[in-house]
Design a protein around this ligand. Structure first.
Ligand SMILES: [Zn+2]
Length: 823
């Protein structure tokens, strides 16, 4: 029993690292794994975001130095832009968590996070710590250091601000403070229930070459790594491995090519023992560092020497000796890690394949999942299957089945999922969160990239007098005609989910509005009642609908009407489902991309209703030139405007006079090549009496300057969403028609005011607003307007693309007013 307990710990690590059944290692990979088995040391790389990490350094440390290598990204990259799909904020964080896990599978690292949220750009670490509770994030960094026990910490950024983004600087500050505190038992003593104190030896900055050259540092006297080194067992240089890893950051568009020449990286000591040009100087990276390790080293060397590429099973005998020795070690930390490694090598040498496959991707609470557990031994060694344990149910089955070479053994199970089982959910999204911090109540989950699957299968296998277990999550598997074998996690669901088709609905008059509600069944048959509730005096009709489903995965649409109240312009619409005398209120969000495992998030089924009562008065048809993508066209359609997304056909035609207003979406002048030629048509359109509104573009890759008259974009931005805003001309009609705009309309904005404001413009423009971040000079380029011919042109770097989908009333009223700028 004792042996089994220690093995179960190692399984936790295993299932976090590999999100699908792992094929056996090849002979050269086994050789590399044997060498790694003989190295005891670890390095933790610390930065702020997915993509900050130097994947070549991680590859080098994991596969050349053969060290346990971790990346602690303080955030999950929830802010920023998604280049591959619609997910934003916390859903984008879910995508990027998986992208990092895929990256680590390729570069050999392990992934960790803190509770910090990427809330968007901040100009300094001080501003960052206004959103991150510094004590809590520091506690998380100390926690990861105490758990991971790195000999060395490497930061991507210096603590002095040259990293630009406030999150970057904050990550280095926290790394240095954690270095000082991790070994102090009076710091975060509540953690010591689970972990011991730990003192890393050094902290380095993975420095930028120009910074070192500018400081005249003698590069021969500081540690360096040649990341371009070639590893013949991999057939790749570490920079090539790194390109595979970095290319997993697809939501950021970071596909990378391999570098094939020498590439030196340098490391400057920030804290810890003084050092020459070897960053590991004085650190024992061998089995000598733990009691009883010496004999294990001798056995590993013997196994390496005797390893036969053509006959890996011949090494299994030696490997079991190593396995037994490691099992008897007193040092729990290295025992856990090295047992996991040696088990993987044994499994690969014997060509053992295990899997546990369900008959469905979803299983409802109160329902049963069919699972087929299979194992096959592809060596001539006499393995015996002793036990299969589906831990979720404590459902053990004992066997004594010989595993003959190439004969797959399969066993079927019906797994009942009790009604009180928690439904699947990313653990950091189980509680409500603030702008800067996730709420996680279970200390042991903090730091983990994701929670261990509840649906796990363990195989206990005997060999002579040895016993070993292999464990993996239960998967759903399909054979896709294009992609071949595809694995998906099994999701525990409520019996039925309910989704409104939008998170927010906009109304422009007090007439009833029709709303679509979609129900999806996750049980084979059943009936129930859908109950709809609106508050603040709004009505919903009907408020109850009976439903019936015949089969699992069936979807049904229902249409309801909401009627605004005379007294309240806002309401919240929510839905409940009554099934078998229990109430459920979950909506379902699915995230599916080919490069990551599909993800599922459940929310409370709720939507916002917002009424903006105004006369359409001469504005009906709006042309929208989509840039990098935003939700403004949906918003305008919801309000009842006739919105035409202008494709290349519209853009090249001269028939622009049909549009009352034309709007360019965010970054249109960065992403729409044909705007270079078409811009002069837009200028003519304004001259003839049209209204053109241009939203923010970046300075970097402008196709042509936006604006009917000259203006120059800059990197001016105001990141504090609560910064004071001054209205420079109260009587201007964009502050009066149809809505009166006052200072109060700049309350409750989110994330930022705006970005890439022009800082020079033709004197014909009128600047309408002034704003600035703390300690900076006033910026007046956020909203510029000019008459031109018979028309009007507006340029705005205000972040309407963020504020409008979030339902920020003041921003919405101001945007509606801009549509009437020429009326
Ligand atoms: Zn970053």
């Amino acid at each position: 029993m004792k042996l089994k307990y220690s093995l179960l710990i190692s399984i936790v690590v295993y299932s976090i690292l590999y999100s699908q059944p792992k094929p056996a290692l090849s002979s050269s990979e086994i050789k590399l794994a044997l060498k790694k088995l003989d190295v005891l040391g670890s390095v933790l790389y610390i930065a702020a975001h997915p993509d900050d990490e130097n994947t070549a350094v991680i590859s080098y440390l994991a596969k050349e130095k053969l060290l346990r290598t971790g990346y602690l990204s303080l955030t999950r990259g929830d802010g920023g832009q998604n280049l591959i799909g619609p997910e934003q904020s916390e859903q984008l964080g879910v995508v990027r968590t998986q992208e990092l896990l895929e990256a680590r599978k390729r570069d050999g690292g392990e992934q960790f996070f803190t509770r910090a949220i990427d809330f968007g750009y901040s100009k300094s670490s001080d501003e960052t710590f206004e959103f991150w509770d510094k004590e809590k994030i520091l506690s998380d960094v100390v926690w990861v250091v105490r758990k991971f026990r790195p000999d060395i910490i490497i930061t991507r950024f210096p603590a002095t601000g040259e990293g630009g983004h406030g999150h970057h600087t904050a990550s280095a500050i926290l790394a240095l403070e954690a270095f000082d505190l991790a070994n102090d038992p009076t710091a975060f003593p509540e953690q010591l229930k689970y972990v011991s104190v730990w003192q890393p030896r050094r902290v380095f900055w993975n420095a930028w070459l120009p910074a070192l050259q500018n400081a005249n540092i003698d590069l021969s006297r500081i540690p360096s790594l040649n990341l371009g080194e070639f590893n013949s067992l991999l057939g790749k240089s570490y920079t090539e491995v790194s390109a595979f890893s970095r290319s997993m950051h697809k939501s950021q568009g970071f596909g990378a090519s391999g570098v094939r020449n020498n590439l030196l990286n340098y490391f400057t000591l920030l804290k810890g023992d003084s050092v020459g040009n070897d960053m590991f100087e004085g650190i024992d990276l061998s089995w000598n560092r733990i009691e009883g390790g010496n004999e294990i080293h001798t056995l590993i060397q013997k196994t390496i020497n005797e390893f036969d590429d053509d006959n890996p099973p011949a090494s299994v005998e030696n490997l079991f000796l190593i396995y037994d020795r490691i099992s008897n070690l007193k040092d729990d930390y290295w025992k856990k890690i090295k047992l996991k490694e040696v088990k993987e090598i044994i499994r690969s040498c014997a060509g053992i394949w295990i899997e546990a496959i369900s008959d469905n991707e979803f299983v409802s609470v109160g329902d049963t999942l069919k699972v087929k557990a299979s194992i096959v031994n592809r060596s001539n060694l006499d393995f015996i299957l002793n036990e299969i344990d589906l831990s979720f149910l404590n459902n053990q089955k004992q066997f004594s089945d010989n595993l003959k070479i190439g004969e797959i053994k399969s066993y079927s199970y019906n797994l009942y999922i009790p009604n009180n089982t928690l439904i699947s959910q990313p653990y950091w999204l189980k509680e409500n969160h603030s702008v800067g911090m996730f709420t996680i109540n279970n200390q042991e989950l903090i730091g983990l990239p994701e929670e261990k699957s509840k649906l796990n299968c363990e195989f206990v296998v005997g060999y002579k007098n040895h016993s070993i277990n292999f464990s993996l999550p239960i998967y759903y598997r399909i054979t896709d005609p294009v992609d071949g074998e595809v694995y998906k996690s099994v999701v525990i669901t409520p019996p039925v989910t309910v989704n409104f088709d939008k998170e927010i609905y906009f109304l422009s008059d007090k007439n009833e509005k029709e709303i679509k509600v979609t129900l999806q069944a996750f049980k084979n048959a059943g009936t129930g009642k859908l109950i709809l509730i609106s508050n603040s005096g709004w009505n919903v009709e009907p408020s109850e609908i009976d439903f019936k489903f015949d089969r699992i995965n069936q979807k049904k649409d229902f249409y309801i009407k909401v009627i605004p109240s005379d007294n309240n312009s806002n309401s919240e619409l929510s839905a409940q489902l009554l099934v078998d005398d229990k109430t459920y209120e979950n909506s379902l969000v699915r995230i599916e991309y080919k490069h990551i495992l599909p993800q599922t998030i459940f929310y409370e089924a709720k939507s916002k209703l917002e009424l903006f009562d105004f006369e359409k008065d001469g504005v009906n048809k709006i042309g929208y030139i989509v840039g990098s993508g935003d939700m403004i066209p949906d918003f305008l359609t919801d309000l009842g405007f006739d919105v035409i997304l202008m494709d290349d056909k519209h853009i090249s035609s001269n028939n622009l006079s049909q549009f009352d207003v034309i709007i360019t979406g965010i970054r249109a002048y960065n992403t729409r090549e044909n705007l270079a030629a078409f811009h002069k048509e837009l200028v003519k359109y304004v001259e003839a009496g049209g209204t053109l509104i241009s939203q923010y573009n970046t300075t970097g890759d402008l196709i042509t300057q936006p604006g009917v008259l000259p203006l120059k974009l800059s990197r001016d931005r105001v990141t504090d969403e609560n910064s004071e805003v001054e209205i420079l001309n109260n009587s201007h009609q964009v502050f009066n028609k149809p809505f009166k705009i006052t200072k109060e309309d700049f309350n409750n904005w989110i994330q930022e005011r705006g970005l890439y404001f022009p800082n020079e413009w033709d004197k014909s423009y009128e600047a309408l607003l002034s704003m600035n971040d703390k300690g900076e000079t006033p910026k007046e380029g956020s909203l510029l307007i000019t008459k031109y011919g018979k028309g009007t042109f507006v340029y705005t770097g205000l972040s309407f693309f963020r504020e409008i989908p979030a339902g920020v009333e003041g921003a919405i009223k101001l945007f509606i007013n801009l549509l009437y700028a020429n009326k």
